[in-house]
Design a protein around this ligand. Structure first.
Ligand SMILES: *[C@@H]1O[C@H](CO)[C@@H](O)[C@H](O)[C@H]1NC(C)=O
Ligand SMILES: *[C@@H]1O[C@H](CO)[C@@H](O)[C@H](O)[C@H]1NC(C)=O
Length: 277
């Protein structure tokens, strides 16, 4: 495919030097903070967050991919090239997100790839303008022909993204549908050293390790960040927050008390606190 050659050629010639670099951003609906990049021309955002560095290294990460809902499909290459890389394609179908891993050895269109275990997280959504997939990817740091950061999870990884704006998958109900060549692509340098988060386990709904006391149904006020976190008000909030809803954070003015059975978790202090079971 012409695309394959051009992407490979450009990456070879330009390498890391020309890649845009990742920065941190936080998704307001989930509170998850990613290391990633927003392409202003494609209106595509790609972010990654990894568990804390460990021995042996974890094989998983969370990805967020946001794109115009009008795209026929949007894709990412975790390894930065089309060939020998872990790829994902995403498109909407009947208000559902159709997301799946793919792989190709080279000059043919990528097909479904078995191995990665994908779990969509609650902040995934489709609205009138955008499709947003937030997903946990397990068994994803090593794939046939490559690995994230070439095995060094503190290095840089070139991540590519592609958009199909003029074609749609031939069978959009099928995650493994045949797709046509995309219309455009670009890439950025993902700084893996900045992509690890101590909040990772809370991001995937697991056990949370914060120093917050047992009485965490209200916002923890004893942290050093409390002055910027809470919108101070002497009257009690009129409503409680629901599961996955925000219950605190810089500039937040909504309810800081979670509904019964939920705990206000410091997901990304001081920016974001969220009600969780
Ligand atoms: C992990 O993924 C690889 C492909 O990248 C696959 O061969 C392997 O069977 C998978 N392992 C598990 C435990 O699913
Ligand atoms: C649609 O979703 C995108 C991505 O999550 C968000 O930025 C945008 O504000 C949403 N638009 C509306 C109208 O809700």
């Amino acid at each position: 495919m012409a695309f394959t050659k051009s992407l490979l050629t450009i990456l070879t010639a330009a390498g890391l030097a020309l890649a845009q670099s990742s920065t941190q951003f936080c998704d307001s609906s989930s509170g998850i903070c990613f290391q990633g990049y927003t392409d202003p021309d494609f209106d595509v955002t790609v972010g990654f967050v990894l568990p804390p560095i460990s021995t042996p290294p974890s094989d998983e990460f969370i990805v967020q991919l946001v794109a115009p809902v009008s795209n026929g499909y949007t894709g990412i290459s975790v390894g930065g090239t089309m060939a020998d890389s872990l790829l994902f394609t995403l498109w909407p179908y009947n208000n559902e997100l159709i997301l799946g891993p793919r792989w190709t050895s080279g000059y043919v269109l990528p097909t479904a790839y078995a191995g990665p275990q994908i779990t969509l997280l609650p902040s995934s959504s489709i609205n009138s303008t955008h499709i947003k997939a937030t997903f946990r990817c397990q068994n994803c740091t090593i794939w046939e022909g490559g690995s994230l950061g070439s095995g060094d999870l503190t290095s840089f990884q070139v991540v590519a993204y592609v958009v199909a704006t003029t074609t749609k998958p031939s069978d959009p109900a099928d995650v493994d549908s045949v797709i046509q060549e995309h219309d455009d692509f670009n890439f950025f340098g993902l700084d893996l050293s900045m992509a690890h988060s101590d909040s990772y386990s809370s991001y995937i709904g697991g056990s949370v390790t914060t120093s917050a006391p047992a009485s965490t149904t209200t916002h923890p006020t004893s942290t050093s960040h409390s002055s910027t976190v809470i919108s101070t008000t002497s009257s009690a909030p009129s409503a409680t927050q629901t599961e996955w809803g925000q219950c605190g954070g810089t500039g937040f003015t909504g309810p800081t008390v979670c509904a019964s059975g939920l705990t206000c978790v410091a997901v990304s202090p001081p920016y974001y606190y969220q009600c969780q079971v």
